[in-house]
Design a protein around this ligand. Structure first.
Ligand code: IMP
Ligand code: MG
Length: 184
């Protein structure tokens, strides 16, 4: 899907496919250095992190294991409730593993801080976070994030895995929606 396919719905393109890719090159190089000689388990948070997981993992030069978790933190609206439910748990046993949580976006931070303490209680060697996007002005709790793609303004964004009502995930860039999309 490209911008012209949903042209009337978009207000602004915040981050282009090239910008996202260039930043992932840098983050992947950093992860390669930080985890050199160690085993690494990437934990993607469904569904939003699918794109960043695929693009990040393919840039890494060592073997990684990939596992997935699905949690729900949102109702039907666009605000985090802080109530987190596991919809799909990991297949992997985390005992002694170096875990890197791969996330699409940190908004309030409530989902990730919950996930962090949940995974840390499973006896891993380490748990760190890589997030493609972060909204510093939306933070309701401090989360220690090791790798961040971009800090963005406190606006609702779609694309590159992020949805509005399950749509727009397959846009290759990150953009904001025109107001009429929310009100219709
Ligand atoms: P948090 O708990 O508020 O940090 O955000 C939890 C989840 O809400 C994220 O992992 C996203 O899946 C989703 N989310 C937060 N902000 C946005 C946005 O701007 N667009 C689309 N999804 C979002
Ligand atoms: Mg998410």
């Amino acid at each position: 899907m490209e911008a012209s396919d949903v042209a009337g719905d978009l207000e602004n393109i915040l981050l282009t496919e090239d910008q996202l890719g260039a930043r992932l090159d840098e983050i992947a190089a950093q992860i390669d250095r930080d985890y050199a000689g160690k085993d690494l388990l990437l934990v993607g948070v469904l569904k939003g992190a699918v794109m960043v997981m695929a693009d990040l993992a393919r840039r890494l030069h060592s073997h990684v294991e990939m596992d997935w978790m699905a949690v729900s933190s949102y109702g039907s609206g666009t605000k985090s409730s802080g109530v987190v439910r596991i919809l799909k748990d990991l297949d992997a046993d985390l005992t002694g593993r170096n875990v890197l949580i791969v996330e699409d976006i940190i908004d309030s931070g409530l989902t990730l801080s919950w996930l962090l303490s949940n995974l840390r209680s499973r006896g891993p060697a380490s748990v760190e976070i890589a997030a493609m996007l972060r909204k510093p002005d939306a933070a309701k709790t401090e989360v220690d994030v090791r790798y961040v793609g971009f800090d963005i303004p406190n606006e609702f964004v779609v694309g590159y895995g992020l949805d509005y009502a399950e749509k727009y995930r397959n846009l290759p860039f990150v953009g904001t929606l025109a107001p009429h999309v929310y009100s219709s």
